[in-house]
Unconditional design. Sequence first.
Length: 647
Amino acid sequence: MISQEEKSMCMKRRKNWWQPLIVLTVLAVFFTLLFYADNKYQTPPPYGKSGVIELRPADLERGNPVFLIDGWLLTDERVTDRPTYIGEFSSLQRGEASVLPHGRARYRLTLRYDGEPRMVSVDFPQLSLWYVISLDGTVYARGAGNGRITFLLTEGEHTLTVETLSRMGYYSGMYFPPALSTDGTLLQVRYVQSFAYALAFLLPLALAVFTLFLWRTGGSLSRWFGLLCCCYALYVFRYFVYLFAMPVMWYWFQIQSLALYCLCFCVMQITVLASGAACSRAWRWLRGVLAALSVILSTLCLLIPIVPWAVFLHGRLTDLYYIVTFCGAVFFAVQGMAAQNWESRYTLTGCAVFGAGLFANLFYSNRFEPIRFFWQFEWCGLFLVALFGAMMVSRNRRILRENDMLTNHLEEQVKIRTEEVTQLLNERKAFFSDMAHDLKAPVFATQSFIRAIRRSGVGVDRELQRYLDLAEARQWEMARRLQGLSTINALDKIDGERVRVSVRELLSEIYDTYHGEAEVQSVYFFVEPPDVDIYLTAQPEKLTILFENLIYNALRATPCNGKITISAWAGNDNIGIAVEDTGCGIPREELPLVFRRFYVGANNRETGTGLGLYIVHGIVRELGGTIHVYSSVGKGTRFVMEFPRTA
């Protein structure tokens, strides 16, 4: 029998397999519509032939411009007035690998117009390096990058001539069809295209900036996604490079090629990381192949102006690079699907998008150029950025949700453990209280029996006297420990809320309480309050126990005419309080031990319980403070405490 969980898993797998197929179908329909709706090569006539294109007034009044594709006559170093269409060849090499792709070329087309005179413009996108545009023998424009002329189209024939000079880059001559129409129509097309490319440039950059905040928490996946966005933005920036004839235009083909190679590698890297195969041998091997192809392609970009066959080889290896990237991405995406990785539905869909772009790039080569929007590969890059952006958002939401669940679970566990510890502490308090109460009677009874034997003196010889001394010493130690337990139990019972305590009032109460006892012992008792009243948060009962232990210890250690001083001062964020005496002092070797439980110093063996300073240390730490002791034998002791300051 198949469990419900296994059925649910099977359904999820089927859904993950269907998603890329659905996306692939949608993209196929989209690119087919794009081919017919936004393609210069699918616009209606007029079409040029044998160096002439015939225009009518109606051709200039429709929504799209007239694209001057067919009918041009090409003249270069090898041919004269060769009929060609714009886009037939990407360079002057024209498919002959032994010929250099660059040099001078002249394109000539006769505009035969039958209608009323009107002002028209012609846009020449991305002419290779230098150009000169003439009409009827008159030079209308010269420069580099995009070209544009405006003239009065009158009835009759007008000869349009475009001369180009290229020295570097993959493209040479006139590769992108010019557009002829009224100035308003061309501006409308330019505005729509500029707006589209601006969005395609800025949105990925915004996503890249967003991922900067995830680089420390999001791991490698966030960093590679940010790099993918930057590479795509750099790739589509070519539109503005040629539009504004930027100085980097001469080398932009190399830059955009590197951006495209890096973009493909980022797609691979994201797919591999999402599939959990980053350390696999297959990925190490494929990464080496892609790196080698990238180096070869970059080298060929530099060799294109020098070596004739570099253009041909560059085009074939670029297609190979795309195919290897696509096959590798599919392989690792399927692996992630088999491993039931959460991101596999996104990576499989990304493979479908990449495959659709690759197919369109190969199938529609030299048969598609957008009128207003993007090339198919640019559409796919934008879809990949959006897809992986959605994956990052979903991934971060999932991580936040899991963190929230873990936090709630942790809070519940902390609450449970706190209740258990509180119960354990209460049981411990009750146990020590009962034990101290139950042991008092036998301990004091035993002490009474020992004293009675000593008073009677019957049969008490030297050996028995030694045993009695040992028994009395042990009984005194037991009584001391019981007194300490009683003190700790009394301290534990103080569980009231902390209140705001004035340090000035606290020192005044201490003086009123202890200066009388100090006078009886002929000890001077001084209090030095702070210049400005300061406050701390504490339980007054515990403060009373704290100073009671310190002051009684000081009174026992201070001889006649000695001095005890309690001073307080305010720091930036804390409060300092010191208790200082001029008593016998504490030996240096005992200073690290004075705060230990049940430790009794050499000067206090007979009367000390070993709990006074231990309790003081515990109260100070409970209030979030610190305590230090400084002492010299014969000169006195100083206890310095620091507490957090309360506003």
